[in-house]
Design a binder for this molecule. Sequence first.
Ligand code: GLU
Length: 424
Amino acid sequence: MRSPILDYLDDVLERTDDFDAGAVADYIPELAAADPNRVAVALCTVNGTVYASGDVGHEFSIQSMSKPFAYALAVEDLGLQTVLSHIGVEPSGEAFNELSLDPESGKPRNPMINAGAIATHALLTGDGDTATERMIDLFSRLTERSIDIDEAVANSEMETGARNMGLAYLLHSSGAMATDPRVAVEGYIRQCAASVTVHDLALMAATLANAGVQPNTGERIFCRQTTKHVLSVMASCGMYDAAGDWLSAVGIPAKSGVAGGIIGILPGQVGVAVFSPPLDAHGNSARGVEMMHRLSDDLGLHLMDAGRPARSSLRETRVADVEGEPATIYVLQGDMVLSSIESLTREIVENPPKTELVIFDMSRVDEVLPVARRTASEMATKLLDEGYCIVLVDPENTVTDFQDSQGRNVQWWSSERLEQGIGA
Ligand code: GLU
């Protein structure tokens, strides 16, 4: 049986079939030769299954969609503060190949425009590996296959790369970039010439959606903080001078490339990728933008569209004898975020436990966000202050760092001990 998700992706292609606006990029001669009729769409949820339709095996150069990944690698290498001291995070409102420097600091405005991306590439170093080799290795780990550089595209762009070279010389001469401008531009152009399919891009986008963990291999490629930062920069700067329109209409962090690809990410849910070579006046794939609008509307991707509120963390409250002693058992569930933990604390405040022994059964909890961790440990401290004894049943070690400052009566039990204790 064919998945209805694939049928839906076919439908997106069909519904945009008569869309023929835009023109293929011609400032890189090799891109001017692209077949304007090639088209593909893919999506990959954080579970790692890729659904793709159209010219799914067709390879094209990643171009500027490499920028967020190079930026993420630089942040992982050097730390966010160091990278921010070289490259800003303000939308430029200008075309991708403008110099766009902050007038006060002289830093490139952001890492999604060429000036910032060349400076980002220049920050990447490695143990003897060139920055480009590291990028290709990164792409391969993200896509679960060996990614190659399209040498024809790279050579073609090198031959006509005067503008990028000019940007790099200006960055170098103003002190904003220490690396030899030719080395930085050549590496950057090769990074942009990595050859990918929509299938690859969906996996890359899904890794960003999955807080930096490649969904199939389980490899943590970027830390959660880096991923959050990169997605924020993509949201405000990813679509060049169309970034504001994009965020209000499509509403997800995204990045386009001049070969015709666009990736978009709904954090925690899905990565999407589209491809169609003709570009609009902003340098974004014209049909790709149209497809992204439809995906966003049909699949409810817009970030500002409030989803179903997180359900309560409190699954049930039971009073039972445990190991012969009366106990109040709070059975918790799901992700503990602000809105879900609030209902738990309200229940405890309004109906304080009537037994001295209070058990928090966290065996059904998936993740505890820092805000929930703080609130829960403050709640636990208050219960201890009132003289309660607290037991945590936390097989996944979601709250390992909870400690009562006065070392009072907190015990850690296994799920088996709780089960046997209730049965006893
Ligand atoms: N390699 C391209 C350039 O620097 C990337 C531009 C883009 O994809 O928007 O001109």
